[in-house]
Design a protein around this ligand. Structure first.
Ligand code: HSE
Length: 436
């Protein structure tokens, strides 16, 4: 049988990885899919740019729309990123009756509801395994492997760049900027690295995970998002003294009050498996009522790992060519007419424990003022540490770990603490999670 012809939009890191994996493993891929899968057409912004991979046998097109409309292309792989042009091309591919594979988390998180509706109407598949956690088959695991469960939470490290930065800061005491530059040169970071370090990329991925775990529509705008730019080597060290690691987590949790959707730096106990996931690796903890806790671990970014997911989606689509569209795995795990809007809790309503770090004047009564304000706000202290003053310094760091409290009460307490004359500057607050 003729090989299946794929058109590739984008010849960047993931595009190159996809070409290379399809070539390298061509025989095994054909044995799995029942047909060969080849890239016959590709388009890129700059077709003349020198590349590290060969484009032999691939017809290059200057206009991406020409590729999407090309009668020979059976599956479109969208690997250009961004949300505007990508949306237009994916919608056009769907309208042409072509199946689509995408690694674009922003596209799915922001326009996914519209894209899946159009794809369902047209009877085509839009596959997006590569959009979340790189090479880890987390979409397949939740959507198919855990289909018998009621899932209560999905939490983990879903951005490789921030984990790479936090790991190097802890292990090598290197500056934030220095490690970020390395992550960019290795192809881990987004085109705009603000998306990584401010948590937007993780929020895109969490939006997708929450939808397929809980059967809710994609609601990116409701995710609380905080990045890692304020985290210091000092905080990483203090956390360790208390037996914690700082990780940048995405947390989607279903509680009796509503659904929590949040991305922020988090102190987690160092004995947790996820606390020991280093570098560009991702790890996701999914808790189902039947299976209990399960963990998925692997490379969350990079050319070959992301291509691993893109190619798996291509194989899935080829296997499903002749199936009845109504009997395929639904895009968001639940049948599209069975998705339900559950309340997404604002961050102020969510309860967590906190790590607080403040700079205090080394004077009698300062600690008493601090503990009084926390007590009056109903915040119970779990542990406290005051470092001896460094010679010549007038301020000493005070670190406090609290018990769980609603964020709105912590906000009020922090405001009062920052107003104390003996407390200098802003108070550093990092949320804690037992990840259990
Ligand atoms: N910039 C992303 C990351 C790439 O660092 O995880 C994979 O989505």
């Amino acid at each position: 049988m003729e090989p299946v012809k794929v058109g590739l939009l984008g010849l960047g890191i993931v595009g190159g990885g996809t070409i290379s994996v399809l070539r390298r493993n061509a025989t095994e891929i054909a044995r799995r899919a029942g047909r060969g899968i080849i890239i016959t057409h590709a388009s890129a912004r700059d077709l003349k740019k020198p590349r590290e991979f060969s484009l032999d046998g691939i017809e290059l097109l200057g206009d991406p729309l020409e590729l999407v409309n090309h009668p020979e292309v059976e599956i479109v792989a969208e690997l250009i990123g961004g949300t505007e042009l990508a949306r237009e091309l994916v919608m056009q591919a769907i309208s042409n009756g072509k199946h689509v594979v995408t690694a674009n988390k922003a596209l799915i998180a922001i326009h996914g509801n519209e894209i899946f509706e159009a794809a369902t109407r047209k009877g085509v598949i839009v596959a997006f395994e590569a959009a979340v956690a790189g090479g880890i088959p987390i979409i397949k695991a939740i959507r198919e492997g855990l289909a018998g469960n009621s899932i209560s939470s999905v939490a983990g490290i879903i951005n490789g760049t921030t984990n790479f930065i936090l790991t190097a800061m802890r292990e090598q005491a290197r500056s934030f900027e220095d490690v970020l530059a390395e992550a960019q040169s290795l192809g881990y970071a987004e085109a705009n690295p603000t998306f990584d370090v401010e948590g937007i990329d993780a929020a895109h991925k969490l939006t997708i995970l929450a939808a397929i775990a809980f059967g809710i529509p994609l609601q990116f705008e409701k995710v609380f998002t905080e990045g890692i730019t304020q985290i210091t080597i000092e905080d990483i060290g203090f956390a360790e003294r208390f037996g914690y690691r700082i990780r940048h987590l995405g947390i989607a949790r279903r509680t009796s009050e509503g659904v929590e959707l949040r991305v922020h730096p988090t102190l987690i106990p160092e004995r947790r498996l996820i606390a020991n996931v280093d570098g560009v690796r991702n790890a996701v903890l999914v808790i189902g009522d039947a299976v209990g806790p399960t963990i998925y671990y692997g490379a969350g970014a990079g050319a070959d790992p992301t291509a691993s997911a893109v190619v798996a989606d291509l194989v899935d689509i080829v296997r499903a060519f002749t199936t009845d569209p109504g009997n395929r795995v639904p895009h968001l795990a639940f049948q599209s007419d069975a998705l339900s809007y559950e309340e997404i809790l604002p961050m102020e309503e969510i309860s967590t424990a906190y790590y607080l770090r403040m700079q205090a004047l080394d004077r009698p009564g300062v600690l008493a003022d601090v503990t009084r304000i926390l007590g009056e706000s109903g915040i119970s202290i779990e542990a406290i540490l005051q470092r001896e003053p460094v010679e010549g310094a007038s301020f000493v760091p005070i670190i406090i770990l609290t018990q769980s409290v609603q964020e709105k009460y912590m906000n009020q307490a922090i405001e009062k603490l920052e107003a104390l004359p003996n407390i200098n500057g802003r108070i550093m607050r990092i949320r804690m999670d037992p990840l259990a």
